[in-house]
Design a protein around this ligand. Structure first.
Ligand code: HSE
Length: 424
């Protein structure tokens, strides 16, 4: 028998308790043990959660409870959760967590502290999709060439609506909040941070990269508007918020989370609404795709319980991030965001007069940026203005950043220019 305590009994915690009880037959048949939710820790004990579980407001009722074998951390946040998980491990308990922010900052410290105690974190990336297992187990014979994913359902819901219904970002964000997809403070989701945390976890498993969110390129979807959607449609692209990990030939790895134009023919472009989708390319297997719900009580609980079943089966004694030694000999290093090479789309609002296009081409040329395609949209409301939309050939991030600053300062520019990377 495996006895568990759940710290944080919100939507996911309540689903964990419910599924452990309602699917007890199949879970014990598969794990070889009964898995019993013993106690849940909550802030407000008076709230009815519709589950049959003893509740407490004191974390030590779980952490100091000798009967409990596994602590499930679903409280969220970084600092308090880190303390709770450390104490659980110090008290000899296994841990299962869905907390991507905690892992984005402390995964290697936790790996050291845990040593051989199991820490399961399948639920931390892409909710119900078993992507951690895919990387740690199913693809472990491969060097991972790339991971490209839609890992934030809120961003994907908003961008899908903007593509399909000609609505602007703010309007769809409000709808997402009303439907309960986006948080009241949506920065974490729409600013790209949630997706970046997930990317860092996957990058550790695939490449052994020990980076923090501050080290990588993170952008959100707040500045995307209907003109970007218009350009994307004209040229056969979808706009998605992507997390990208790519191994380069010089033993560096680039990690970035940002909106991107991707060709409609790519399977990732077909992942719509709140769903998540991840493409992983291994050097031997080729491209593999994973699709499913990235959030929601039962879907996330499904991943939490998969970890519990692993622990019940064999103590899950493989190391936390999946590898016993540093990967790739001396190890791979993180490519500086400035060194990234890709294609770009740029939107500018300008005064519509002679010489403006030449001025823009001049600035881009000075930074070694070559234009690939171009569209001009006259402004129907303000006749003296025009919106210019263009894409570039492959060029260096550092140069594009510098050119964007110069374009913003140019006397013909009437709005801050916007850039979106293109992932072919
Ligand atoms: N807030 C996330 C999303 C789900 O919108 O996909 C949990 O990581």
């Amino acid at each position: 028998m495996l006895k568990v305590g759940i710290i944080g009994v919100g939507t996911v915690g309540a689903s964990v308790a419910k599924i452990l009880q309602e699917n007890a037959d199949i879970i014990s048949a598969r794990s070889g043990k009964q898995i019993i939710p013993l106690i849940g820790v909550v802030r407000d004990i008076s709230k009815d959660r519709g589950i049959d579980l003893q509740l407490s407001t004191n974390v030590d009722d779980v952490l100091e409870n000798e009967e409990i074998d596994v602590v499930i951390e679903l409280m969220g946040g970084v600092d308090e959760a880190f303390k709770v998980v450390k104490k659980a491990l110090a008290n000899g308990k296994a841990v299962v967590t869905a907390n991507k922010a905690l892992l984005a900052y402390h995964r290697y410290e936790l790996q050291d502290i845990a040593s051989l105690s199991p820490i399961g974190f399948e639920a931390s990336v892409a909710g119900g999709i078993p992507i951690i297992k895919a990387l740690r187990e199913g693809l472990s014979a491969n060097h991972i060439n790339s991971i490209k994913g839609i890992m934030n359902g809120t961003c994907n819901f908003i961008l899908t609506k903007m593509m399909n219904e000609k609505v602007e970002f703010k309007t769809v964000l409000e709808e997402a909040q009303n439907l309960g997809y986006a948080e009241a403070d949506p920065t974490f989701d729409v600013g790209g941070f949630d997706a970046a945390h997930k990317l860092l976890i996957l990058a550790s498993i695939a490449y052994g990269i020990d980076a923090k969110p501050e080290d990588i390129l993170i952008e959100g979807i707040e500045e995307i508007n209907s003109e970007d959607i218009y350009f994307a449609k004209e040229f056969g692209y979808s706009i998605k918020h992507l997390t990208i990990a790519k191994k380069k030939s010089d033993d560096t790895v680039e990690l970035r989370a940002h909106p991107a134009l991707i060709p409609n023919s790519h399977m990732i472009a077909k992942v719509d609404g709140v769903m998540n989708g991840i493409s992983v390319v291994g050097d031997r297997v080729g491209e593999t795709m994973y699709y499913g719900p990235g959030a929601g009580g039962d879907a996330t609980a499904s991943a939490v319980i998969a970890d519990l079943i692993d622990i019940a089966r064999d103590g899950q004694n493989s190391p936390m991030l999946g590898f016993k030694k540093t990967l790739e000999g001396s190890g791979l290093s993180l490519l500086s965001p400035n060194e990234i090479y890709t294609k770009y789309y740029i939107r500018m609002k300008v005064v519509d007069k002679i010489g403006v296009l030449a001025g823009i081409a001049n600035i881009l040329g000075n930074y070694n940026i070559s234009i690939n395609s171009f569209l001009q949209k006259p402004d129907t409301k303000m006749k003296d203005y025009a919106t210019l939309l263009f894409s570039t050939h492959e060029c260096k991030e550092e140069n594009v950043q510098a050119a964007m600053k110069e374009l913003e300062k140019a006397e013909f520019s009437v709005e801050k220019p916007v850039m979106i990377r293109i992932e072919d």
